[in-house]
Design a protein around this ligand. Structure first.
Ligand code: ARG
Length: 469
């Protein structure tokens, strides 16, 4: 039985049912569909379309459906095209006659848009919370790292030593922008589409602002056509998640490199590594690799969804049903990667000796030599050339840089002191720089930022639907 048998009869071809059915995917929205329906019932009662007794019957039936879903006893039937149809069918089975009034003044078009906004709001806040957990792990490892330093790279060539804490927090700040984007997306999607109907509103005295308030949305739609066709929030969400995924991918790539024998900067904990089915000696960084691998899929979801949206005339088109899989999958994958990467970072062992040996290479202080010459009045371009030629001479004649610096009339003993292991990193004193002074300030600021972001997320969670059961 279809919802439109009055118009089309009951002869839908099997393949059409197969193509159009979405219940396998959108059953994920069941709880939000109930939340939306509760608000709608309250709205219908307020508008005098339902009597108080009818509203009560419907609310009771909705509550029953909620328990069935929670207990796993809810049965999706063969004819249930989507979750909205399934819930309405069950409410009607439970409440009888009055069930037929539930969909008054409502279309699945405003219904699905409402459900999806409720779902996305909660999902993005959950993701943001997990990002903050990962940031807290990075901060903890940064605090623990103390004075440990490693080479900072450009072009993957050793460039200048940086504190390990500084390196870890570089990822932390990228994640802070992710949290910011997720929260901003939540703030922008905070608009209720309920009451837009199929596309044009209703002849009944509905109050979209009232149901918006009941759902905990900041306000109701301004334009019914826009309300049912807008999926900007889904596009933004999958983009936010894809960029977060790209950050996780870069972190993953780094761990893949760092855990090789060639780098040897860290060893993964056994609980967060995998073995090989053939090679007994192997310990593989599969979590880090999947963090890298999932990014491809997340980027694909952004491209796919934008392609779905780009040609759609106003207002609702069935193409929009394709919005859920990329969104749900992006959230699921990112949540998994976040949890696994938090575990990886919390448990891995650093090898400070290897990092420091790599960072103490002879040329690590080259720029310090040049800046030392600048302090004596030499223009930087000349100083750069002078030090560059010493490095070259050292490589070509196989003489240590220390010897050459010692012997050079413009350099000598004070300059040699700059080349001692561990000195270079301590000279990165400018704000936001990689040395101990600025990094300790940075850690304080980062820690405060985590507190602020935790409160922002909690405040939005607190603003959730008043009618949620
Ligand atoms: N399952 C549909 C979706 O996800 C619900 C809306 C259906 N509306 C319609 N007019 N056929 O988009």
């Amino acid at each position: 039985m279809t919802l439109w048998q009055g118009r089309l009869g009951d002869g839908m071809a099997g393949v059409v049912a197969e193509l159009t059915t979405s219940v396998q995917v959108d059953r994920e929205l069941a709880a939000d569909d109930l939340t939306g329906s509760r608000a709608h019932v309250l709205g219908l009662a307020k508008a005098g379309i339902l009597t108080a007794a009818e509203a009560r019957e419907l609310l009771t039936a909705l509550e029953r459906v909620g328990s069935e879903l929670a207990e796993g006893t809810f049965v999706f039937e063969a004819g249930d095209e989507d979750v909205h149809t399934a819930v309405e069918r069950r409410v009607t089975q439970l409440a009888g006659e009055v069930g037929a009034k539930l969909h008054t003044g409502r279309s699945r078009n405003d219904q699905v848009a409402t459900d999806l906004r409720l779902w996305t709001r909660r999902a993005l806040l959950e993701v943001a919370g997990r990002v903050v957990e990962l940031q807290a792990v990075l901060l903890h490892r940064a605090e623990e790292a103390g004075d440990a330093y490693l080479p900072g790279y450009t072009h993957l060539q050793r460039a200048q030593p940086v504190l390990l804490a500084h390196h870890l927090l570089a990822h932390g700040w990228a994640l802070a922008r992710d949290v910011d984007r997720l929260v901003a997306t939540v703030e922008r999607l905070d608009v209720s589409p309920l009451g837009a109907g199929a596309l044009a509103g209703s002849s009944l005295p509905l109050e979209p602002a009232y149901v918006a308030g009941e759902l905990g949305f900041a306000g109701a739609f301004e334009n019914s056509l826009d309300a049912v066709s807008d999926r900007d929030f889904v596009a933004e969400a999958v983009f936010d998640l894809a960029l977060l995924g790209v950050h996780l991918s870069r972190m993953g790539e780094e761990l893949v490199l760092w855990s090789t024998d060639e780098f040897g900067f860290c060893t993964l904990d056994d609980a967060f590594a995998t073995g090989s089915s053939m090679l007994p000696q192997k310990k593989n960084p599969d979590v880090a690799e999947l963090a890298r691998g999932k990014a491809g899929r997340l980027i694909g979801h952004v491209a796919g969804l934008l392609a779905t949206l780009k040609g759609l005339p106003l207002a609702y088109n069935r193409d929009l049903q394709e919005d859920k899989e990329p969104l749900f999958d992006s959230v699921r994958q990112v949540n998994l990667v976040l949890a696994a990467m938090s575990g990886v970072y919390a448990t891995l062992a650093w090898h400070h000796d290897r990092m420091q040996a790599a960072a103490d290479g002879p040329a690590a202080s080259a720029v310090d030599l040049a800046e030392h010459l600048v302090e004596t009045g030499m223009p930087f371009r000349r100083a750069h050339e002078l030090v560059g030629s010493l490095v070259r001479e050292s490589v070509e004649r196989r003489v240590t840089l220390v010897e050459l610096v010692q012997a050079h009339p413009d350099l000598g003993e004070r300059a040699v002191a700059l080349l001692a292991p561990g000195v270079a990193v301590t000279r990165r004193t400018s704000p936001g720089g990689a040395g101990p002074g600025p990094v300790s300030l940075q850690m304080e600021r980062f820690s405060r930022r985590l507190g602020v972001d935790r409160s922002r997320i909690a405040a939005h969670l607190g603003g959730e639907a008043a009618v949620t059961g």
